[in-house]
Structure formats: structure tokens, C-alpha cells
Write a new protein. Sequence first.
Length: 367
Amino acid sequence: MDNTTEMKSTAKANFKIAVLPGDGIGPEVMEAAQRVLSAVSKKFNLHFEYGHGLIGGAALDAMDTPLPEDTLHLCRSADAVLLGSVGGPKWDALPPEKRPERGGLLALRKQLNLFANLRPVRVYPSIAHLSPLNSRRLENGVDLLTVRELSGGIYFGEPKEKCDTSGLDTMYYDKQTISRVARLAFEAAGRRRNKLTSVDKANVLYSSLLWREAVEEIAPEYPKVELDHMYVDNAAMQMIVNPGQFDVILTGNLFGDILSDESAALPGSLGVLPSASLGDSVHLFEPAGGSAPDLAGLDKANPVAQILSAAMMCEYGLGLPDAAAAIRKAVEQSFTEGICTADLLSGSESPAAGTTQVAQAIAGYII
Ligand code: IPM
Ligand code: MN
């Protein structure tokens, strides 16, 4: 798909989107995102065709499996997958392979060969007071992107087992897996501020020695991008001490899981963070936060992460950068006008808006 799609004004461009609301707040924030997409489709003369699928606990309840074949099929035949969130206490006692997280989300990532997880984090000036960091630490502005390897590392390495008295996981990487995600990270840095920090634990781990070697080998292909390496423990500290130094962070599956959650704390709410998981064919878009079961069904969940995930879908999945920009602009307008859920309003005068109201406002700004 190319970017000229949204230029054509005669025939409506048609996009097939697999919608997987999942568990907890998933369904309501998904509805909010679809409301915004509907405004986008009018403005840009697009047609989004939605196919709904079950995943996670919702699929376990209905079909006794966290990832039904139908859902996989739906995703494989779509232009992009928009996911809500999976998991909740109701399914926590199940064996790992059946739990929504491993049997649903991780299995879907594996099946779709999603190898790079992009988690952008910005501290928006209009809500910067919510950040747990004081303003001195935010002086340089925070606008970073973690590119996390998603298909390998300790999450998937074999052997993997648990006995009564011991447990074993294997941190394994081959060079090709590292090079593939490294190229993507270099390219992302080239479209941003040309700075790439590769994070590893090469002072201890052999898989990190290979990581560093593989990243170094790719670097000459991207001469404009400045590459540096950082140990993960230091990176965790730098994220707090001086987050403005980062542009793109490239790291493995486990380190990326942890660092991206740490970076997610910077804007002050998990409710504003989207993510994209890119593969070799269809890509998946989901909020970085969890299913927040305690908020489910109360019209209190912040829909912005899901809405911004829809924006990432427009940009990376459908080749619609103008649509993505329109969504982002509308979201920022909702911040400046204070039409926000409670998580974004600490210490402010405005009353909290509900999930639906926020979505309505954001959709309304897209005209
Ligand atoms: C994430 C989540 C998942 C992960 C869990 C739910 C399996 O924490 O997307 O970061 O660890 O990858
Ligand atoms: Mn995580």
C-alpha cells in the first residue's frame, strides 16, 4: 500500500481491519478507537471494513482456547490487526500455555511473525505536570522510541521448563534475528533524530556479545545514524536521570519489555501509550498498558492509548500518514482542552470525562 491511497478522492480506499478487543477495558477502548476511525474515514474518504475476533480470556470463555483458529485466519487475511488487551485475574490460575498472555498474545505474535515492537513515548507539554520526574529532568523534552525485539530471546528460547524444585529459561539469539530488528531501528532513527542506543548486557551475557556484534555490523549501512551502546542497568537509570538523551532505543525481548514499561511511566499515565508490532506481512497495533480489569465496564478507562494505536496502524499498517497525523493532533487538542479521563487530571480543576466522552471529543476534532 502506498501513501497516495488517501489522495484519491473518487473511489474510497478500502481497508480490512481485524479487531480483537480482548479482555478488561479492551472492548470499551476499542469502541472508542473505532469511533475516532470513523471520523477519519469520513475526512479522508476511506472505508474501514472490520472483522471481529476473540482472543485471550474472552476466547477461553467462549471456545476454551486463548487463540482460536478463526481469529488467526481473520488476522492473516486483514490489512492490519487492532488489538485491545488480554488477561485478567479470572484466568491467572490456568497453566501457562493456556493463559491469555502466553497462549493468546505471545502465540499470536509468534504466528504472525511479529519481530519488532515499537513503543513511542512522549511527555506532552500540556500534561507534563503529571510526570513522576521533576521539570528539571524533563528540560530537554522527552520523545523516545523503544524498538524491542519481539520474536526471540528468553521469551521463546528452548529449553524452557519448570519442575518442582527448579525452573529454566533459555536466552537465545541468532544473528539474523538481531540484524532484522536492528535494520528497522536504524531506519526509524533515520526518520527521527538520527540517534540509536543499543541496549544489552554484554559485560555478562554471551547472547549480548552477539547482539553488539550484529548491531555493529549493520551500522555502516546507516552512516547518518549515530550509534552507541549501553548496558541495560545503566539504561534503566538513564531513563530516569536524563530521558531526553534518547531518540531510538534498540533492545532484546526481555530488556525491551522492562525498559518500555519504565519509559511508559514518564508521561504520567499508562493510558496514553500506543504500540506497533511489525512483522513480515500483517502488523499488529495495541496499547502498551494492560487490560486494567478493575476499570473494566465503568466508562473510566483512558481510550487514548488505543486511539493512538489506531494512529500507528494508519501510519505503519495502512500507509495513511495524514490520517495518523490528524488523530495525533486531535488527541493533543483533547489534552489542551482538558477533556481527559481521571488519570490525566490529578491536581487539575476540570472534572474527569468518561471513556466515551473523550472518544467523542477526539472524533469531533477530526473534521
Ligand atoms: C507486553 C506485555 C506482554 C509481554 C505480556 C502480557 C506477555 O507485558 O506486551 O509488554 O511481556 O510481552
Ligand atoms: Mn510488558
